[in-house]
Design a protein around this ligand. Structure first.
Ligand code: PLP
Length: 498
């Protein structure tokens, strides 16, 4: 499978090249030129496999530089830090199945991609004969940062630098990043929001590309943001895994359709669901759930993308995003791979903050997707209600997915079994989860963890409990404009005049 730039059809690369470069030279994202076909027999055969074998089998056609055997050994390394049930399903009733994607080392779904990406990256460098240190620059709205640091910190030949919005992440999220050990890690807080951090990272990449001295240095700069093709592929696998689990537990029969509801920010996780559907996984509606930053809800419902609106810092901070980067890959699909059209949408977005797709694309999109949003009080209400009705505790992001799914069902009476992507452990957002349960949250973050543990009769995940004793190694806070200087100082790059 060749990957092509979403902004110019004559830029074509292999999967190894796409993983190494992250972003295409023209600013576009790499997207598949055609999608593989999994038959029902192929899907049925997946149920015999372990989680890492299943990921290798699903990923192989999307990463055609790699054989399934190679991927098998990389996936075995990547998923060794997960418990034996890598992506368990919890059924709330006959049709509502929560797909828990938070049992990895940083307790959020991004581990699925970021535990594998470092191995894919170093294998790709080898395949391409590139003998350089890979420097990963990543903007994060919280969970990407710790997941990237955790994934890369022990991989030789890599360095990772993470930027987070100083006041846009929870204290626990911050500590997960700032306590990161490892010579090859750097963590920097930004005075601004996630979009400011992401735009600044994109700018650094563009400037590096245009500067020959840097392009020829010992470093190879790349991204671990969800724009990297190597981030999307591992996420496709868990939808297949969930589907085979539903068959295994007798909840559906092979060939039955399922819906998925995904709490969405950068459109990466739900894009993976779309690719799964287009590759043969029987799926009905893709339910796109946003928080008060509901730019995607409006886009799916009206065909108009407009980021000119107030930005809200919500209790589901990992979804506080107004520029959904991965939507570009979906636009590419929606326009039947019309790179010129995508390029125009993206330049209109850059110039005016908005764009509008045509009527037929709009129609196609509303067949595929349902979109809705939940504000903070609806999110809290949902956490409380799900706890009371089902004894199930969910985090603030997952609650957005559950609320939008509930609204969808009351509107449509659709009884199709539905997977709810549960993207983080409730303990990562203990403060707001406690408030939602009507408990007063006193004290510091760690006291809140024990309180939540008492209330829920669940243990505090050891990874979080141990943060209390760790030292904060990273203390830099800066303006977005100073990010580049910090990176170059860290890498000891003299030529700062770019
Ligand atoms: C990143 C994240 C999301 C949003 O995922 P996208 O792929 O950006 O849509 C949702 N929930 C949590 C907990 C996250 O960390």
């Amino acid at each position: 499978m060749k990957l092509v730039s979403t902004r110019s059809s004559n830029i074509q690369v292999s999967s190894a090249e796409a993983i190494v470069s992250g972003l295409s030279a023209d600013g576009g994202l790499f997207a598949p030129s055609a999608l593989p076909e999994f038959s029902l027999a192929d899907i049925s055969a997946l149920s015999e496999k372990s989680y890492s074998q299943l990921t290798a089998a699903v990923a192989a056609p999307f990463l055609s530089d790699f054989t399934e055997e190679e991927l098998n050994s990389l996936c075995a390394l990547a998923y060794k830090n997960f418990p034996s049930k890598v992506a368990p399903l919890v059924s709330l009733d006959d049709k509502t199945h929560v797909l828990e994607l938070f049992h990895g080392p940083t307790l959020a779904f991004k581990d699925f991609a970021l535990q594998l990406l470092p191995y894919l990256l170093s294998a790709s460098l080898k395949k391409l004969g590139i003998n350089k240190t890979a420097v990963i620059l990543a903007a994060t709205s919280g969970d990407t940062g710790s997941a990237a640091l955790e994934g890369f910190s022990s991989v030789p030949g890599t360095k990772v630098c993470v930027f987070y919005p100083e006041s846009g992440v929870s204290a626990i999220q911050r500590l997960q990043m700032t306590t990161q050990a490892g010579e090859n890690t750097k963590v920097i807080g930004i005075k601004g929001n996630f979009d400011d951090a992401q735009s600044a990272v994109k700018k650094i990449f563009t400037e590096i590309k245009e500067n020959e001295n840097l392009s020829n240095s010992d470093y190879l700069f790349t991204s671990a943001n969800s724009i990297n093709w190597g981030r999307i592929v591992p996420q496709i696998a868990y939808y297949f895994s969930a589907y085979t689990s539903l068959i295994g537990s007798g909840k559906i029969k092979l060939g039955d359709s399922v819906n998925v509801a995904v709490p969405t920010g950068n459109f990466g996780n739900i894009l993976a669901a779309y690719y799964a559907k287009k590759s043969g996984l029987p799926m009905n509606k893709l339910i796109c759930a946003s928080n008060a930053n509901n730019v995607l809800t409006d886009f799916i419902n009206t065909g108009i993308y407009n980021k000119n609106r107030e930005f809200y810092a919500t209790i589901s901070p990992s979804m506080d995003i107004l520029i959904s980067s991965n939507l570009e890959r979906f636009l590419f699909e929606l326009t039947d791979k019309n790179a010129n059209a995508v390029k125009e949408f993206m330049s209109s977005l850059a110039d005016t903050g908005c764009y509008e797709i045509d009527g037929s694309a709009k129609c196609l999109m509303s067949k595929l997707f349902h979109a809705g949003f939940a504000n903070d009080s609806e999110t809290e209400y949902t956490i409380n209600k799900i706890w009371k009705e089902h004894g199930y505790l969910c985090d603030t992001h997952t609650a957005v997915g559950l609320k939008v799914y509930e609204d969808y069902v009351s509107k449509t009476q659709d009884n199709t079994p539905t997977l709810i992507a549960s993207t983080a452990s409730p303990f990562k957002f203990a403060d707001n989860v406690l408030k939602a349960l009507g408990e007063t949250a006193y004290g510091d973050d760690f006291e809140k963890l024990s309180k939540l543990s008492k209330v829920s009769i669940m243990n505090v995940p050891t990874i979080l409990a141990s943060l209390e004793k760790k030292e904060e190694n990273h203390k830099i806070i800066c303006e977005p404009e100073q990010m580049k200087t910090h990176v170059f100082d860290w890498l000891n790059i003299k030529n700062k005049k770019i």
